[in-house]
Design a protein around this ligand. Structure first.
Ligand SMILES: [Zn+2]
Length: 484
């Protein structure tokens, strides 16, 4: 199958239009995504963003681009300091404070990377930790001072938003409403309190610090991404992405810092993923609907079904996550796996007439084009998957009548692999995982029956039924099984 490089279009938050992505360097995409703040487990809302970015990257790679992806690890920030310094005495040394911060962030970085692996999210090419790029952040703040875009006050340095006429271009802020001269020290704030924001924070008692030209202190959150992104991807980046909650102030401030320093546009395409609701409600710990990946895995959720559920919704629509949706995803995946198995095998001699007008290879090419056209149009995954399922129905019907040839079956399998390079939800190995789960369930049912725990035995039987497994109780007392 030939791989031609397609032009892919994405919605650009900067212009509010779907625009073709025309990379600075032909065939290459530089891609920056804001990574996690590593002080806690990522919840499924965070993971939705990372899954959407993984899909975006995989689509470009499948469309024959070379993608260099940089995802930062925020390992110094207000919440990290709040959560890591509590156990230390007031007179703890700076080294001890750094050590406590590192212990927390290393633990949650490892957990985060495990979660990505569980969800088959490809690791970024660069995973810089903010604490390893402090000199670059200091240089960037100095550069902004030289350009009169930053000023120092009491050991902290602030960005002068009145110095950049384009400030507000991403979030489409009304410049009239901006409060000239007011400044804010917090990293996160609302758009109605837009002010000069902090680039470098003077050390407060009880906080770890670094030496700087302005005295002991630490970087603000926004400068971290600008410094790491410019150092690792250069001064012209094709795509920068994050969740919609990062548009303001984080990305607006990244633009101010980077464009202000460079004197030209740093990022061409800003792409934002929508957030996630749980069963129609905003996810919150207090509402009892707050889930991490580990919570779901404990409930028996297949991580690939979660991946599929999220990927099958358009990234710019609010996703309503539900357990019913997860079950539907499991069924969709099962359908693809069963179809793949069928194509791997040999067809049976036909039993009926040729379905009129359906020539398998032509139909396949048509579906493949429609699949790609959907993805090329702002990553329309629901439509791409709908094309795939229509193809499966058509070819199943065809194969019932006149068996597809080996050559046709192999062409279909190649397309399933091509699509799975993007969705990464129906790999061959999933079968092995499923087999292990089925064996464990059969053993649990046997134990329940031996203990005369009939409700439990029935529950396990129903779960097996959901997985499409047919049990065969044998005369010798053992239980065999097959896929229904
Ligand atoms: Zn960022």
């Amino acid at each position: 199958m030939t791989k031609s490089r397609r032009v892919l279009s994405l919605f650009n938050t900067l212009t509010r239009r779907v625009e073709p992505v025309l990379p600075v360097k032909e065939g290459y995409i530089s891609f920056y995504t804001c990574g996690p703040t590593v002080y806690n487990y990522a919840h499924i809302g965070n993971l939705r963003t990372f899954l959407f970015q993984d899909l975006l990257k995989r689509v470009f790679r499948a469309a024959a681009y070379t993608v260099t992806h940089c995802m930062n690890i925020t390992d110094v920030e207000d919440k990290i300091i709040r959560d890591s310094q509590g156990g230390l005495p007031a007179d703890a040394t700076n080294e001890a404070r750094h050590e406590a911060m590192r212990a927390l962030t290393e633990r949650f970085t490892a957990i985060f990377l495990e979660d990505l692996e569980t969800l088959r999210i490809q690791k970024a090419d660069h995973l810089p930790k903010a604490t390893e790029y402090i000199p670059g952040m200091i240089r960037l703040v100095q550069e902004l001072e030289t350009k009169h875009l930053a000023y120092e006050r009491d050991g902290s340095v602030y960005y002068r938003i009145s110095g950049l006429p384009a400030y507000g271009c991403l979030a489409h802020l009304d410049r009239e409403g901006m409060q000239a001269g007011a400044s804010v020290d917090a990293d996160e704030y609302e758009r109605d309190s837009v002010t000069d924001f902090v680039l470098w924070k003077a050390a407060k008692p009880g906080e770890p610090w670094w030496d700087s030209p302005w005295g002991p202190g630490r970087p603000g959150w926004h400068i971290e991404c600008s410094a790491m992104g410019m150092e690792l991807l250069g001064d012209r980046v094709d795509i920068h992405s994050g969740g919609v909650d990062l548009i303001f102030p984080h990305h607006e401030n990244e633009i101010a810092q980077s464009d202000g320093c460079l004197g030209h546009r740093w990022v061409n395409h800003w792409v934002h993923g929508e957030f996630l609701m749980v069963e129609g409600q905003k996810m919150a710990k207090s509402a009892g609907n707050f889930f991490t990946l580990r919570d779901l895995v404990e409930k028996g959720v297949d991580p690939l079904a979660l991946r599929y559920t999220i990927q099958s919704n358009h990234y710019r629509k609010v996703l309503n996550f539900s357990f019913e949706g997860l079950r539907a995803a499991e069924n969709s995946l099962k359908r693809i796996r069963v179809f793949r198995k069928r194509m791997e095998g040999e067809g049976q001699p036909g039993s009926g007439p040729w379905k009129e007008g359906l020539e398998p290879l032509t139909r396949l090419e048509q579906a493949r084009n429609a699949f790609w056209n959907a993805l090329a149009d702002d990553l329309n995954t629901p439509e791409a998957l709908a094309e795939l399922f229509t193809l499966i129905s058509d070819l199943n019907a065809q194969d019932d009548h006149v068996a597809l040839t080996r050559e046709e079956r192999d062409a279909v399998l190649a397309f399933l692999d091509e699509a799975d390079a993007i969705f990464a939800a129906w790999p061959h190995e999933a079968e092995a995982t499923l087999d292990a789960e089925v064996e464990a369930l059969i053993e649990a049912r046997r134990a329940a029956k031996a203990a005369k725990n009939w409700p439990e035995a029935d529950r396990v039987r129903d779960r097996l039924k959901e997985l499409g497994i047919v049990l065969e109780d044998r005369k010798d007392g053992t239980t065999g099984w097959r896929r229904g």
